[in-house]
Design a protein around this ligand. Structure first.
Ligand code: SF4
Length: 367
């Protein structure tokens, strides 16, 4: 293999890192649980078969890092309420189409005539608004800081009068803090998401290490990146030296992307956010700021209180999302809930923990 990423997939380097990981794991003696908070980490590490290479004393668990999976049924229900009660066009990312609401997904609603369009991003949604001046267009925006900063730029820029945004944005560092604080979770270190960190930098995780004595590694997505991050966490644990290690320096700066962070801070205010099956987590969301409230769909439409249901039919996405359970522990996994027919949100996106497990398990079976 050649090309710019080849050295990050190099077998010799991977083997050398695995040897170092095994050696340091022996020196730690105890079992170590590491949580990542990134759907791309889950997808890429499973695709590369990294879990099978790690010593059995290391448990790499998936946290709430897939933005599609964590979206609440109430967000889907509210968007559909607006669609049913106003002359609007709904736009959103393709993955959001099959995320279950309490009664139906956007995809199912499209089947009964609700006007839903898949877009690649917010600028496509604005173009659609320009082309349909007689209709209102809403962009149903989900994502962590990586995605929401792109939307933030348009929140600040657009003057399109028939356009608004329904924000379902989530924040990674405060969610990590809530995970560390939980008594029902036991893990010893965080692999922080590389792409979110290209925006916010490594600095926002400092408090996790300083206030909670918790090791953090900012890690990229190639096998060498992920293994480096794991090794860095094991070293911190062994040396009892928790800190934030930036192990993705080729893209992540300590201070982040200053212009992008400025746009996030101007476009949004920190808010409470609903996480699927996990209730409302304080200060883990981004709503549109007062200055731009004219394009805030939640303010534009008087959405009533809805009694939404996140988990249906035995789905345990709440436990999957915080690493308390693994996909195979759900009785629906790969039976009634499959990538082609998802019942829970964790099966929808190709970065959802259940989807990843089902997809690569099938490949292994086929071999
Ligand atoms: S397999 Fe399906 S139903 Fe079960 S937890 Fe995963 S998404 Fe939910």
């Amino acid at each position: 293999m050649s090309g710019p990423t080849s050295k990050y997939r190099d077998k010799e380097i991977v083997d050398a890192l695995i040897r170092k990981i095994k050696q340091i794991t022996n020196e730690i003696e105890d079992k170590v649980r590491i949580m990542h908070v990134c759907g791309t980490h889950e997808h890429d590490l499973v695709k590369a078969g990294l879990r099978s290479l790690l010593p059995k004393e290391i448990d790499l668990i998936a946290g709430p890092g897939c933005p599609v999976c964590v979206s609440s049924a109430q967000d889907v229900d509210e968007i559909l309420w607006v669609a049913d009660n106003h002359n609007v066009i709904i736009t959103t990312f393709g993955d959001m189409m099959r995320v279950p609401g309490s009664k139906e997904s956007l995809y199912q609603a499209q089947g009964r005539g609700v006007d839903v369009h898949i877009v690649y991003g917010v600028s496509d949604a604005i173009k659609l608004a320009e082309q349909n001046p007689e209709r209102e267009v809403i962009f149903f925006s989900v994502g962590f800081e990586t995605t929401s900063c792109v939307t933030a730029a348009e929140v600040i820029r657009t003057k399109q009068p028939n356009f608004s945004i329904y924000s379902s944005h989530k924040l990674v560092p405060p969610a990590m803090e809530l995970l560390v604080q939980r008594d029902d979770l036991e893990f010893q270190g965080f692999l922080a998401p590389g792409h979110v960190s290209t925006i916010i930098g490594a600095q926002p995780y400092d408090f996790i290490a300083k206030d909670y004595g918790f090791p953090v590694s900012v890690a990229g997505f190639e096998p060498v990146d992920i293994l480096l991050g794991i090794y860095s966490l094991l070293k911190q644990i062994k040396e009892n030296n928790p800190h934030v290690s930036n192990d993705y320096k080729r893209y992540v700066k300590y201070e982040g992307n200053v212009a992008a962070v400025k746009a996030l801070n101007e476009a949004y205010v920190v808010s409470d956010a609903r996480w699927r099956g996990l209730g409302t987590w304080p200060n883990t969301g981004h709503e549109i700021s007062e200055k731009y409230s004219h394009i805030d769909a939640k303010k534009k439409y008087n959405i009533p209180e809805l009694n939404s249901i996140d988990l249906q039919g035995g789905c345990i996405c709440d436990e999957i999302l915080i690493g308390k359970s693994k996909p195979h522990q759900c009785k629906l996994f790969n039976k009634t809930c499959r990538p082609d027919y998802p019942i829970g949100a964790c099966m929808v996106s190709h970065e959802g923990t259940c989807n990843v497990a089902a997809t690569y398990e099938e490949i292994i079976w086929e071999e």
